[in-house]
Ligand binder design. Structure first.
Ligand SMILES: [Zn+2]
Ligand SMILES: [Zn+2]
Ligand SMILES: [Zn+2]
Length: 159
């Protein structure tokens, strides 16, 4: 019996198994991209590329974008569109969760699906489509921005 090597096992992430299970070759850029997304869910491609380059140094932005596309196609990463500006990415947990987004500060939070199963909303007439999912995005003001707005409006309840 060899003793457990905790330093080594800390480096072998479950992402290696995820990549193999998805039929993807395990590469340093793919592992780094998954680790970065797991750390900072809902980042955009630019922020992810910057963080991956910080870790690996040698990888081009375009290479990270290619990795993102491959991971998304393989179902390991979920691409979400919350606003017109840019797609964001998170590790795909296949839990069909939705998002709250603050229109003032841009804060994003996960919220569980009320229905629990995709596609959440059933159409009265699906026109023959096999609907797989419905994007649900709750927009508004987060608690802090609501409080700030109420304070600005002189609402005594917000003091
Ligand atoms: Zn806010
Ligand atoms: Zn999310
Ligand atoms: Zn739902």
């Amino acid at each position: 019996m060899t003793p457990r090597q905790d330093t080594a096992s800390a480096e072998t992430t479950p992402f290696e198994a995820d990549l193999r299970a998805a039929g993807l070759r395990v590469t340093a850029p793919r592992l780094a991209t998954l680790a970065v997304i797991a750390e900072r869910q809902h980042s955009d491609a630019d922020a992810i590329a910057t963080a991956v380059r910080d870790r690996l140094g040698t990888v081009s932005k375009q290479a990270v974008y290619d990795v993102l596309n491959a991971l998304t196609a393989a179902g390991l990463v979920r691409r979400i569109s919350l606003d017109e500006r840019r797609a964001r990415f998170e590790v795909h947990r296949h839990d069909n969760h939705h998002h709250l987004i603050c229109r003032s500060c841009g804060r994003i939070e996960d919220v569980p699906c009320v229905v629990g199963v995709a596609p959440c909303l059933s159409l009265p007439d699906d026109r023959g489509f096999t609907v797989e999912e419905a994007d649900v995005v709750y927009r508004g003001l987060c608690a802090e921005c609501s409080a700030a707005a109420a304070a600005r409006a002189g609402d005594p309840a917000a003091s």
